[in-house]
Write a protein that binds this ligand. Structure first.
Ligand code: ADP
Ligand code: MG
Length: 243
């Protein structure tokens, strides 16, 4: 079986006044179906750029990204975001303020028949523990509740891959820790393949099966987290990164 996400020798960057600036350079990474990975790295090291490229908002300068069997990004290929089956929970990808929580969750389901859409929205609201709050608007919800709605919206389309860009960074202390563990459990229950980026190593270790550190545009390591070892003693064959 092919990996859910396969990144090979990827280079990404931006055109600037002083020419092209490389941000990601020769990054390789593989995530098996149902696995949760975490990329760590300091601010500015290219984590968001990488996730945006996987989602289809940045172009590959070299190398390739495969989702399932499809090459979605390479210097010769660029599949648009809406055809990648990727769900996003980004720090800067907020809820639509003028839509209710339920309308936000149903946003990506507009092509479904109404009854099916409503059933899926109800299912997703229940999954994130907010079955009774679908009528509320984002400003009537706490920060943690808003993030749950963002997660429900991201999962509603049943994406092949969920990308999480520091999704808990606006929360603090106990509620952050609680939501981290809850979201992890939801993703596990759904066997959802996911990639989290964060600069918080403890959070990554609690959340993911595999984690690695980005350094100078590459993945410096890729190894199982302790939690993954405890839960999946034989997971060693399911993912590999570059040396
Ligand atoms: P991280 O998410 O790890 O904090 P980013 O991927 O946001 O890092 O940024 C990596 C580098 O790319 C930084 O030096 C940043 O300034 C630069 N960068 C990010 N977005 C853009 C952009 N749209 N145009 C030019 N440079 C950018
Ligand atoms: Mg970022």
């Amino acid at each position: 079986m092919s990996a859910a996400l396969h990144i090979e020798n990827l280079a990404l960057g931006y055109d600037g006044r002083e020419g092209f600036k490389t941000v990601v350079d020769g990054l390789s990474l593989e995530l098996a179906a149902g696995q949760i990975g975490c990329l760590l790295g300091p601010s500015g090291c290219g984590k968001s750029t990488l996730l945006r490229a996987i989602a289809g908002f940045e172009h590959a300068r070299r190398g390739q990204i495969r989702i399932g069997n499809d090459v979605v990004s390479s210097p010769r290929q660029h599949t648009p975001p809406e055809r990648r089956h990727v769900g996003l929970m980004f720090q800067d990808y907020a809820l639509f303020p003028h839509l209710s929580a339920a309308q936000n969750v149903g946003f990506g389901l507009r092509r479904l028949p109404a009854a099916e859409r409503e059933a899926r929205v109800a299912e997703m609201l229940a999954l994130v523990g907010l079955a009774d709050l679908g009528h509320r608007h984002p400003h009537e919800l706490s920060g943690g509740q808003q993030q749950r709605i963002a997660l429900a919206r991201a999962l509603a389309t049943r994406p092949a891959l969920l990308l999480l860009d520091e999704p808990f960074s606006s929360l603090d202390g106990a509620s952050r820790e609680r939501l981290t563990l809850e979201v992890r459990d939801m993703l596990r229950a759904a066997q959802q393949t996911a990639l989290l980026v964060t600069h918080n190593a403890d959070e990554g270790a609690r959340f993911a099966d595999f984690m690695g550190a980005m350094d100078a545009g590459r993945l410096a390591s890729w190894h199982p987290t302790d939690q993954a070892l405890a839960i999946q003693p034989s997971s060693g064959s399911t993912a590999s990164g570059q040396p």
